[in-house]
Design a protein around this ligand. Structure first.
Ligand SMILES: Nc1ncnc2c1ncn2[C@@H]1O[C@H](COP(=O)(O)OP(=O)(O)OP(=O)(O)O)[C@@H](O)[C@H]1O
Ligand SMILES: [Mg+2]
Ligand SMILES: [Mg+2]
Length: 550
């Protein structure tokens, strides 16, 4: 909000200044608050009174000029984004809509079959109904052609997760010709089935409501439907809840969507976005939900700002944020007092739905550092957007791994066919955290359980820093289907890293799951495959999960 006054110009309070703080212009005057004196209770005032700046005033014509320039920068950013081909084409959108319609039909067929299997009265079977609700980036309208569709299957009281969802619906899906690569992720915080429908990746968790029939357009914010539901269903519903709240709490949906698209592209290019698709696969970086809440937070703080100003504020705010102070969207309720509800996380980000929980996060010391450096770099680049030589391209430069790190840990996962590889990679990724850091906080306190962990070997512990680049590559020199990761290692530490004990420890943590081959090697930057797209020069295809490395 700006306070206009024809004589004095336009006053903007500090909290609402976007990227103009660095301006040193004759038409800008700093405005100070009333004098604040330091008082010593015994001897009276100490030193001269302090004047704290509370904002700036702009000469009206200069202010208008700034607004025009900000609008111009916002337009050029939108053009840049369109050039990146991030917005799906109308054909792609139709394909997605059709896939969702098909999924809804399959789910309807399924629930009638379950009603039959469960011996429901014949008269009730035609009325048996379940719903499919989309959320995630698709629900927020910020998906691109690489995004999955996150869809929640909501079923009635007689359809169980263990039997009806993971067995009956699973079998129905695998028998359809248009469905492929069906995987069950049962041991995640939010259990789900993951598959491709007409080539589009779908994540499908399940929530069971304690009602006999779930209408197609069920309002899951209505307390009637939420009575007595189990904890897993609550967690599964939280994605849809969070989306609904975010869209309710932001002042302008269109601007929010543009901002979120931009910061997702930035995070992907800079290697701080994990293409996670399940909570347990988060590799210490942001997932879509974290960025959505950070973006919504900035939109709430600067309700009248233009896109370019929001980008600048995004970096300015989070560079100087007093982490681990949590990010909480204003929703009209009072903040929870005390820190009891806050998780022990480097960057707590609270979900905007009730009960208030925090986004699950696997941020480690190394990834926290990486993210903060990226925020700072973003801030340095965008704090003075209005300078004439500013170019949006510099913000979205791919992170130059080969220049930043001299050594990498190469993790190669392979299996005899693509399907097995999918299961194997999913399993290994869900355990990746224990390759980076000690994971013993969930163990009950028992010295015999903890002892082996005290001796254990994790990359961050041994090396002090490890950058788990989330990009997945394929090594064409390996005959079997494979997925390769290259994680950057700190330069200053000793060049010697005995990878064998690290591998042995990690392999131990992989028992009790799907099997496949794993090799761990330390390679020099000069040994990276020749056309590896690790450098900022190669732009397109950098994040292609199947980028060819040879
Ligand atoms: N760590 C998490 N904590 C809480 N909720 C999460 C978490 N990860 C995912 N979710 C829920 O699952 C939804 C889908 O997650 P997903 O990883 O597919 O992100 P997305 O926002 O859809 O981005 P993308 O375009 O990369 O798919 C999120 O919107 C969120 O509601
Ligand atoms: Mg998604
Ligand atoms: Mg997903």
């Amino acid at each position: 909000m700006a306070y206009a006054n024809r004589n004095q110009g336009v006053f903007i309070p500090y909290q609402q200044l976007v990227d103009l703080r660095s301006l040193n212009h004759p038409h800008v005057t700093f405005v100070h608050g009333p004098p604040i004196g330091l008082i010593n209770p015994r001897n009276g005032p100490v030193g001269p009174p302090q004047f704290v700046p509370i904002g700036v005033t702009f000469h009206r014509s200069f202010h208008e000029l700034l607004i025009r320039m900000e609008e111009e920068k916002s337009r050029s950013l939108l053009q840049f984004m369109a050039g990146e081909g991030l917005v799906p084409s109308p054909e792609e959108e139709i394909k997605r809509k059709n896939a969702i319609e098909k999924l809804k039909q399959i789910v309807m067929e399924w629930i009638k079959r379950v009603a039959c299997n469960r011996g429901l009265d014949e008269r009730h079977i035609p009325a048996a109904s379940a719903a499919v609700l989309t959320y995630g980036s698709y629900g927020l309208g910020v998906h691109n052609s690489e995004s999955d569709i996150d869809a929640l299957c909501v079923g009635p009281r007689f359809a169980t997760m263990g039997e009806d969802f993971f067995v009956v619906l699973h079998n129905m899906l695998t028998s359809r010709p248009e469905v492929s690569e069906v995987h069950c992720v049962k041991d995640a915080k939010v259990p789900l089935m993951r598959f491709k429908l007409d080539g589009i990746s779908i994540d499908l968790p399940y929530a069971q409501l304690k009602v006999m029939s779930v209408p197609e357009n069920v309002d899951i914010l209505n307390l009637y439907y939420l009575r007595n539901i189990d904890e897993t269903s609550w967690r599964s519903l939280s994605g849809v809840h969070a989306n609904k709240w975010i869209l309710r709490l932001i002042p302008n949906t269109k601007v929010f969507q543009s901002l979120l698209r931009c910061i997702k592209l930035w995070a992907k290019r800079r290697g701080v976005y994990g293409n996670v698709r399940a909570y347990s696969l988060l590799l210490g970086f942001f997932g879509g939900v974290h960025l959505a809440i950070l973006g919504a937070f900035i939109c709430q703080r600067y309700p009248n700002a233009r896109l370019s100003g929001l980008i600048s504020s995004f970096f300015g705010t989070f560079t100087f944020w007093d982490w681990p102070k949590p990010i909480i969207l204003q929703d009209g309720t009072l903040p929870i007092s005390g820190s009891a509800a806050e998780p022990r996380s480097f960057m707590p980000i609270r979900l905007p739905c009730r009960p208030h929980e925090y986004c699950h996060s696997n941020i480690t010391k190394s990834t926290f550092y990486r993210i903060r450096v990226e925020f700072l770099q973003g801030h340095t680049l965008t704090k003075d957007l209005l300078r004439p030589d500013f170019d949006w391209g510099c913000l979205f430069e791919p992170f130059p791994y080969a220049k930043k790190y001299t050594r990498f840990v190469k993790i190669c996962l392979s299996a005899s066919d693509q399907d097995e590889l999918g299961e194997w990679v999913g399993w290994v990724k869900s355990r990746f955290r224990s390759l980076l850091v000690k994971v013993c906080d969930s163990l009950p306190f028992c010295i015999f359980r903890i002892l082996p962990y005290l001796k254990s070997q994790q990359l961050e512990e041994i090396q002090g820093f490890c950058d788990p680049n989330p990009t997945e590559y394929v090594d064409v020199n390996v005959a079997e289907p494979n997925t390769v990761f290259y994680w950057g290692l700190q330069q200053e530490r000793s060049h010697f890293l005995d990878i064998k004990p690290v591998k042995d420890d990690f392999v131990k943590s992989l028992s009790n799951g799907p099997t496949g081959k794993i090799t761990l090697l330390v390679v020099q930057a000069s040994q990276l495959p020749k056309n590896a797209q690790f450098d900022s020069e190669s732009n397109k295809g950098y994040l292609n999960p199947n980028a060819n490395l040879n």
